[in-house]
Design a protein around this ligand. Structure first.
Ligand code: PLP
Length: 447
């Protein structure tokens, strides 16, 4: 049976290389992993090797793989009604919208469903522009908002460069990031105050009457898991209120428990005007994203047509998966578990690694959302890989992790530990132990 599996995996690989065009890649420099099986926090490759998934794939399998309640919900929905046009009423969609609204901040009670995070941000910006009648959108450097035209332009990472179209009314500013402060700050309080003063100046210089929205990841994810200092998001909320600007919180990665709360805006008690979500809403078991809409923007489109839509908006299979995911998260205390995992295991465990490994410049995060900022020199904070690229040292760490059965997420000079939220304490410790060994091996071989 094993050899049949192996033959199947080899055939899948060969066909992939011949016919599948992969995201964000030079097609012939790829060696993608065949995944034949996945369960909970583990995946198996074509040769039968098991890996602990500390990346939750692309930070979306918040319940891990093959959660039986979610699998069953998809099967049951498929048996009843696989698909239906968005203009109809469907019980899976209605119930998903209701359940999501029980967890979103006060007043964000109307859901516009999309296929994922990028289109959720596109629609949120469109709503804010139509609501305010203003053209511009402000977003921060060191951010990721998606791969479609406008979403990649509001993004503040190198993936924007190839498609840059500054004419779209997109303006970038610096957000708080004390370790690499753009404001020469030395404390979180200073960083918060100066980042808000900088944003206020950008608003003044751009012209408040031209700005429709400020779009911010509540905790920037792929860009480095920079938990904002207390008061920063509240300060942004105040600036928005003062100038009639819509606050769009991108909770695509930070939402649905990842940061140890249902939504990361709760860390600063902030209610945005619009909030985008995807990924964890249904653990990625079927493509789903959305915009949670507050009452004032909803009212704009009460009598006036909203000019936007998608064939699969509120797809029944994806919505049934969302309903089951949210029920499982509630019933199994998943958000509370993620919070505890961060506070008791991942946070202290990663800090202990920092005490041992010179390459770790900073450990930051919360919940099941952690980053190691790796540096070649702690004094100068020289990154272990340049901005926008990898390095032999980073590749060596990742290879050493993989050999030992761990798949962390890597971005430039950072390793992110973002396992499924229901990862057990033992599994989390297993991952930390492998990371410890991998850092030692890579450092030793770097000489
Ligand atoms: N926003 C954030 C914060 C994300 O992390 C991502 C994806 O990683 C997106 C938006 C884009 O989501 P999608 O890839 O589903 O379009």
């Amino acid at each position: 049976e094993r050899s049949t599996d192996l033959a199947g995996a080899e055939r899948a690989y060969e066909l992939d290389r011949r016919h599948v065009f992969h995201s964000w890649s030079a097609q012939e420099k790829l060696d993608p992993m065949v995944v034949t099986k996945a369960e909970g926090a583990y995946v198996w490759d074509g040769a039968g090797n098991r890996y602990l998934d500390f990346a939750s794939q692309l930070v979306f399998t918040n319940l891990g793989h093959q959660h039986p309640k979610v699998v069953r919900a998809i099967q049951e929905q498929a048996a009843i009604l696989c698909t239906i046009a968005p203009g109809t009423v469907n019980d899976a969609r209605s119930e998903a919208a209701r359940l999501i609204s029980t967890h979103t901040p006060d007043g964000l009670d109307r859901m516009f469903f999309t296929n994922g995070g990028a289109d959720a941000n596109e629609h949120a910006i469109r709503m804010a522009r139509l609501h305010t009648g203003r053209p511009k959108v402000l977003s921060r450097y060191r951010s990721y908002h998606g791969g479609t035209h406008l979403a990649v332009n509001v993004t503040g990472d190198p993936r924007r460069w190839a498609s840059d179209a500054a004419a779209d009314g997109v303006v970038h500013f610096f957000g708080p990031f004390l370790y690499r402060s753009a404001f020469s700050a030395t404390t979180q309080e200073e960083e918060c105050e100066r980042a808000l003063a900088h944003l206020e100046q950008v608003i003044q210089l751009e012209g408040p009457s031209t700005i429709a929205a400020i779009l911010l990841e509540s905790i920037p994810g792929t860009a480095g898991i920079m938990v904002p200092p207390p008061g920063y998001l509240r300060g942004v909320r105040e600036l928005c209120d003062r100038h009639g600007i819509m606050f769009i919180a991108d909770e695509v990665m930070s939402g649905f428990g990842r940061a140890g709360k249902w939504f990361a805006v709760e860390h600063d008690d902030v209610v945005p005007d619009l909030m985008t979500f995807a990924k964890g809403v249904n653990s990625g078991y079927a493509p789903l994203g959305g915009v949670a809409i507050g009452e004032p923007i909803y009212r704009t489109f009460a009598e006036r047509v909203y000019p936007g839509g998608l064939t699969y908006s509120g797809h029944p299979l994806a919505c049934a998966a969302a309903v089951a995911t949210i029920h499982a998260m509630e019933d199994e205390g998943v958000v509370e578990h993620a919070e505890r995992l961060g506070r008791e295991v991942l946070g202290p465990g990663l800090q202990a690694l920092a005490g041992k490994h010179e390459w770790i410049g900073e450990v930051r995060g919360t919940g099941a959302f952690w980053a190691l900022e790796l540096v070649s020199d702690r004094a100068t904070r020289e990154p272990l890989a340049p901005y926008g690229a990898s390095s032999p040292e980073m590749a060596a760490i990742l290879a050493a992790c993989k050999t030992r059965g761990l798949l962390p997420m890597a971005n430039f000079n950072r390793i992110h530990c973002v396992p499924p939220l229901n990862t057990s304490v033992d599994e989390a410790r297993e991952g930390l132990a492998i990371l410890d060994e991998a850092l030692t091996e890579a450092r030793t071989s770097a000489g």
